[in-house]
Ligand binder design. Sequence first.
Ligand SMILES: [Zn+2]
Length: 233
Amino acid sequence: MEDLEMQWDQFSLTEEENSVIEIGSVDLSEVTKKGELCVVCKLWSDRRVGKDIVRATMAKIWRVDRSFTFQEVSTNLFVITFVCKEDKNRVLEGRPWLFGNCLLVLKPLDGFIHPMKMNFDSECFWIQMHNLPFVCMKSEIGKKIGESIGRVQEVDVREGGSEWGGVLRVKVELNLKKAVARGRTMDVLGKKHLISLKYEKLPRLCFDCGMIVHGGKGCSNSNGNGSGKQYGT
Ligand SMILES: [Zn+2]
């Protein structure tokens, strides 16, 4: 489809091809109803994976009604139709999801965009902030640090968050084409603190540049820049 659009850009269109067909009004009720049960799903993997394998694997992980369907739109791009809204919402709420060690990005269905035109370059992750001084175990501080990483969705201060040695958990929407943040430096009343970040359910990422998804040009640091594999093994 992308090829077709690139070609389209190079064509000089005839008058008929270029004349606009006005779609005055559309019936939204059908797409709204379908959208309540559907999500669009992109599997970030270098190899093509068949929909039946992805479906069977995720059915076990998600524990959803077995009659949900997977429709392959393009390579590793699927529209999933759940049997009920509750299943759909629970799966969306539980993001991120991994298929093996590859990331599955899920987005709500948008009736106004073809799935191939949708953007799958971001996903939500729970990030644990370690080594935070006790005075910083607060929702507003988690939000502030989280905002330096991506778009903050939620801060969880419950799980041991108010205790010494506890961790602050923040749900952040990450740009997958940016190196994964390993930590942050904080200054509290003139004293520096290095905060290390740990990701719950982190997929495979590039050990050279730290990105989960490479852009069109591939790895920007494939020669390692002499600094070794900065993102571990
Ligand atoms: Zn890379």
